[in-house]
Ligand binder design. Structure first.
Ligand code: HEM
Length: 546
């Protein structure tokens, strides 16, 4: 039962409105908003409007082990995102989920999401990825920001933000991303002209671009993190890079089955655990080699690299971190490894979805292309100006991630008791914002299954467009609908790289190719720690140049 002191806290508290913004969050305090406004939109009032207890929250069946066994036995763990969507349809906008030893409260409505992030505290915490932690501990590796918590996380994170999140940092690495995106488009042009056929005077090629997209993402990551081009667009890409891509995929695929296994039992999953740990070892050794190279460059050895580094060219995030010397080498290694592991599939996979959606929505594609072409002309080759002049590119990425979020949930442990949907949630409860059902909810988005990048352009201009713009009067969770990169101080540290990398990729593709697909059917998706197409879509690229 809820205590009277909690009720009075809820009643008396001024409602602080958190506004998610591009550079983090702005927080403004609006005094005097009553509890009625704070709880508007909540559907389930207990008798006499009393806050209900945690135990009253609808749930999916309380034996977490039986639930997990059910998923494993039926091979449906990869459809966890679909189960969440079904549960919201049957249980309402909040429910308890039991999986293995873990209980979470799952939510979907912006008003509740706002309340959750409002209570995340100074050092927000996500769900622990136990297999990743166990690998670090057994190999005696440090943790990077992904796995750290508390004040230690915060101080490391502030140093990383300077190299990855500030607009000054973006200005430094944007030209590198642009170079990779242009090269990719040239190589694709060559492939279409040499391997494709001519249809109505246009060179056309139909293929599954997913392996090329992974190479693009790895090439882009290496260029920004190490200032190194690794030649992945050549006809014979290095085997080391191909092995790295395989290691990241294996690490991702082996994480979910190990996720809910208590640590002492991990060793009983021996073959799976061995695959997982070996994949991580490989990812670490990739970073090790680069660190050694940069170390040698910093020591003044390896002449030509030093010249590159002291020239005006951006020497890469690793170089910057090592040169500043504010983080121990072990911690730099852990962070660079996490950035490499987190930076390949996370951008390559949404690009598959974006190409597919643009291809199956030719009208949308034309509108984005004409904005891109006009902006490109005005920008005279300046990539930053070109992106600023084509907001539909950003809308395309947001729309892609709305329908196909890379991570299906964002998690937090509130640092104080809160009330969600009129239920009492004790501090320290794992609460998950379920991004996949959120992006497809009719209660949150008008025509949720329609791919419409323009809806975000309207939202950013504050225009009212059906339910798509929710104002402070109608919903205190205004804006908490585009959360694919998480939120606040703990949001994705690679966000600026990812957003710019994906937008520049689409810019150069749309300038040079018309995209189409033979079937406009929905893509089936599977959850393997990240959300992926069940089978990668085949896309037809038709060259726009003769
Ligand atoms: C479309 C691409 C991407 C998406 C959708 C995405 C999504 C996310 C999300 C949801 C989180 C958790 C945020 C939170 O809890 O609030 C996260 C954290 C993180 N991401 Fe990304 N990510 C993407 C690309 C990248 C890239 C390219 C990198 C590396 C260059 C990266 C590195 C990280 C790291 C290191 C964290 C942990 C940050 C921390 O805990 O302080 N991500 N990402």
């Amino acid at each position: 039962m809820i205590t009277s002191s909690l009720r009075s806290v809820v009643r008396s508290r001024a409602l602080r409105v958190l506004v998610p913004g591009d550079g983090g969050i702005k927080e403004k305090v609006e005094g005097g908003v009553d509890r009625g406004t704070a709880l508007r939109g909540r559907k389930k009032e207990g008798c006499n409007g009393q806050v209900r207890s945690f135990e009253d929250i609808p749930h999916t069946g309380r034996n977490g082990w039986m639930n997990l066994l059910h998923f494993w036995r039926n091979g449906t763990f990869s459809h966890l995102h679909k189960h969440m969507e079904q549960n919201f349809n049957t249980l309402g906008p909040i429910y308890r989920q039991y999986l293995g030893s873990q209980c979470s409260v799952n939510i979907i409505l912006p008003v509740d999401i706002a309340e959750l992030f409002h209570s995340e505290g100074l050092n927000p915490r996500r769900m622990t990825l136990q297999p990743w932690n166990t690998h670090r501990e057994t190999r005696k590796h440090s943790k990077g920001v992904f796995l750290k918590n508390g004040p230690e996380w915060r101080s490391d994170r502030l140093l990383l933000n300077r190299e990855l999140m500030l607009s000054s940092a973006v200005r430094r690495f944007l030209p590198l991303l642009d170079e990779v995106a242009r090269d990719f488009s040239h190589v694709l042009q060559h492939k279409v002209h040499t391997e494709g056929h001519v249809e109505n005077g246009t060179h056309t090629l139909t293929f599954d671009p997913s392996p090329e997209l992974l190479r693009f993402a790895l090439e882009a990551s290496c260029h920004v993190l190490y200032s190194e081009r690794i030649g992945l667009f050549s006809s014979k890409p290095s085997q080391e890079s191909e092995r790295f891509i395989l290691a990241v995929e294996r690490m991702l695929n082996t994480t979910p089955p190990l996720l809910y296994v208590p640590r002492p039992l991990l060793r009983f999953y021996t073959p799976l655990w061995t695959h997982h740990a070996t994949a991580w070892d490989h990812i670490f050794s990739h970073a090790d080699e680069r660190i050694l190279r940069v170390y040698e460059r910093l020591q003044g050895r390896g002449g030509s690299s030093v010249e590159a580094a002291v020239s005006s060219r951006f020497p890469g995030v690793l170089w910057q971190l090592m040169e500043r010397g504010q983080l121990p080498l072990e911690v730099i290694k852990a962070n660079i490894t996490e950035l490499m592991a987190g930076g390949v599939d996370t951008t390559a996979v949404p690009l598959q979805f974006a190409l597919f959606e643009l291809a199956r929505n030719p009208g949308v594609q034309e509108r984005v292309r004409s904005q891109v072409q006009a902006s490109w002309l005005r920008a005279e080759g300046n990539p930053q100006k070109a992106l600023q002049g084509a907001p539909l590119l950003k809308g395309t990425i947001k729309e892609t991630l709305r329908l196909y979020p890379v991570g299906i949930t964002v998690q937090r442990y509130p640092v104080r008791d809160i009330v969600l949907q009129n239920y009492h949630i004790p501090a320290g409860t794992l609460v998950q914002v379920c991004l996949y059902p959120l992006g497809r909810s009719q209660d949150v988005f008008q025509d949720p299954l329609v791919f419409d990048p323009h809806r975000w352009a309207c939202a950013e201009r504050g225009e009212r467009r059906g339910k798509n713009v929710v104002t402070a009067e109608t919903d205190s969770g205004a804006g908490f609908r585009s959360l694919a990169f998480g939120f606040g101080a703990r949001q994705c540290v690679g966000r600026r790289i990812a957003e710019n990398e994906m937008q520049l990729f689409l810019l150069h593709i749309l300038k040079n190719f018309r995209l189409s697909v033979s079937s406009k059917e929905e893509l089936s998706t599977k959850y393997t720690l990240i959300l992926q197409p069940e089978s990668p879509p085949t896309i037809t690229f038709s060259s726009l140049s003769p």
